[in-house]
Design a protein around this ligand. Structure first.
Ligand code: HEC
Length: 98
């Protein structure tokens, strides 16, 4: 029984990698705009809105997310986010939008 519990805990840890962090950041920081389309933000899940952005490549998207881009605020208001955090968040947003 104990072994099973440990194994379950190990599996849970393994899946809560960067993707999970990205999802959490998205829901707490980016959803206000990217979940609703507020301020003209490309909505997550809107394939048409994301296709031309995905085509720019992750490096450009990360740069824009970090420095701000038109109505997109620098770091998407997640001031405590590292580049790695922003990248995993963008990867999460992309994965839901293609
Ligand atoms: C205040 C609203 C707002 C918040 C909060 C916000 N965004 Fe945005 N975001 C925008 C808008 C508006 C655009 C579209 C900018 C444009 O293309 O003119 C955008 C565009 C983007 C793009 C595409 C940039 C490009 O080059 O096309 C990425 C990536 C992005 N946001 C990531 C994020 C992430 C990650 C977060 C959370 C950490 C976040 N945004 C939070 C408003 C927001």
């Amino acid at each position: 029984m104990k072994k099973t519990t440990l194994l379950a805990a190990a599996v849970a840890l393994a899946v809560s990698g960067p993707l999970y962090a990205g999802e959490k950041i998205f829901k707490t920081k980016c959803f206000v705009c990217h979940g609703t389309g507020a301020a003209g933000a490309p909505k997550v899940g809107d394939k048409k809105a994301w296709a031309p952005r995905i085509a720019k490549g992750i490096d450009t998207l990360l740069k824009h997310a970090k420095n701000g881009y038109n109505a997109m605020p620098p770091k998407g208001t997640c001031m405590e986010c590292s580049d790695e955090d922003l990248k995993s968040t963008i990867e999460y947003m992309i994965s839901k939008s293609k």
